[in-house]
Design a protein around this ligand. Structure first.
Ligand code: FPP
Ligand code: MG
Ligand code: MG
Length: 383
């Protein structure tokens, strides 16, 4: 049929921009201290999924075609930013290697003139910043979770120890903050700074695990809401606020900025729901990290919370965080006999539908199709 949706490879749509991403991130992470340099760049060696930068780039392109805001002229981030000078300054100040080699500048600034692409230099830099913040959170997360592997290799805490992994994460946040400040957009700075705080809030909610105590008969119901709030903070905040920031940097109208945010929020929630489902359904080999880790960590995620509504005996196990011998297996059996996994998938699908709905007013474009295809990919992903 002529109106069948065109299948887009979202990666292809922004492939040119993505090609430079890792190299630019590595440049932002250069340190004169050789060990810090190695630890900070460790997770840039393995191929990540780059979901967040890809979303920022796609959103930047998709919103470039929408109406312009009258505030646009007032924004410093929406014009062409002379990134090469500021970036060289980062490197010259901080990295002795590049003082001797002043030619090394950020790739995309050298490779593109503004006419080359509808993506602004500030939006490309935003894509890099989102990946830096995400990677910082992974460095800290792997310490908190006692992880042994990530992206099919030993995790940084195993390779370098907890102290260096934590400090490297802090260093990434520092460099992300410098890059953010150099975008010279206070609203975007505030958004991404809020994301960093939200990540910590989400992680704290997860440490506490449940909102109410076992003696309260309403706590089964309450925990799903608590889980979703935690999930927003831990996963959807970065995706939603960076989509919002991409639209702001592009000079979009308030309506478009809000639509970009809603797309990111709903996709982010779906992304984490699928993640929590895969923890039950996929082998560790395919995941590139140990499977079934959540129950071992004492975490009750969506599949279990839905199962709990059908089988109240899970409450006892949740209350003691699956800590007694046999608890994890017992919980796993109850979840697989329940409709918990099905309900988790259905909820993720609802969020994905909302994400697509949010951007439906955008004019048709390759990038918009890419954003829609990202939703399909999230539902189909196996790692
Ligand atoms: C991965 O979750 C972790 C996160 C999405 C965020 C973790 C946040 C912190 C550790 C707070 C500190 C934040 C910063 C910015 C330094 P997961 O453990 O469920 O997933 P995994 O299976 O990939 O480890
Ligand atoms: Mg983890
Ligand atoms: Mg974790």
């Amino acid at each position: 049929p002529p109106d069948a949706p065109i299948k887009m490879d979202p990666f292809q749509t922004v492939a040119r921009e993505m090609k430079f991403l890792t190299g630019n991130i590595r440049q932002l992470l250069g340190s004169g201290h050789p060990t810090l340099d190695t630890v900070a760049k460790y997770y840039t060696q393995s191929e990540g999924k780059y979901v967040r930068p890809m979303l920022v780039l796609l959103m930047s392109r998709a919103t470039a075609l929408t109406p312009r805001s009258s505030k646009e002229g007032m924004r410093s981030g929406s014009g062409s930013v002379d990134n090469s000078i500021t970036d060289t300054r980062i490197l010259a100040d901080d990295n002795p290697d590049t003082v001797q080699n002043p030619i090394s500048s950020i790739n995309h600034d050298a490779a593109y003139t503004p006419e080359d692409s509808d993506i602004l230099p500030s939006q490309r830099r935003l894509a890099e910043i989102t990946e830096l913040i995400h990677t910082a959170s992974l460095l800290h997360d792997d310490v908190i979770d006692h992880s042994v592997s990530r992206r099919s290799a030993p995790s940084a805490n195993i390779e370098f120890g907890n102290k260096m992994a934590v400090l490297a994460g802090d260093f990434l946040l520092g460099r992300a903050s410098v890059a953010l400040a150099r975008l010279r957009d206070p609203e975007v700075t505030e958004l991404l700074a809020t994301v960093i705080a939200n990540l910590v809030e989400g992680e704290f909610m997860q440490l506490k695990n449940t909102a109410r105590d076992e003696k309260n008969p309403a706590w089964t119901e309450g925990t799903v809401e608590y889980y979703l709030q935690k999930t927003y903070l831990k996963s959807a905040s970065l995706i939603s606020k960076s989509c919002r920031a991409a639209a702001i940097l592009g000079g979009s109208t308030d309506e478009v900025v809000e639509a970009a945010y809603l797309y990111g929020k709903n996709l982010g929630l779906a992304f984490q729901l699928v993640d929590d489902m895969l923890d039950y359904t996929i082998s560790g080999e395919e995941l590139g990290k140990p499977a079934g880790a959540d129950l071992e960590l004492g975490l009750a995620t969506a599949p279990l919370l839905f199962a709990w509504k059908e089988d109240k005996s899970l409450g006892k196990l949740v209350g003691r965080k699956f800590s007694q011998p046999g608890d994890v297996q017992k919980a796993r059996d109850i979840v697989s006999r329940s409709s918990g996994l099905e309900q988790t998938r259905a909820l993720a699908q609802e969020y994905v539908d909302k994400a697509i709905e949010a951007i439906s007013p955008f004019p048709d474009s390759e990038a918009k199709n890419g954003l829609i295809e990202m939703c399909t990919k999230v539902m189909k992903r196996r790692n």
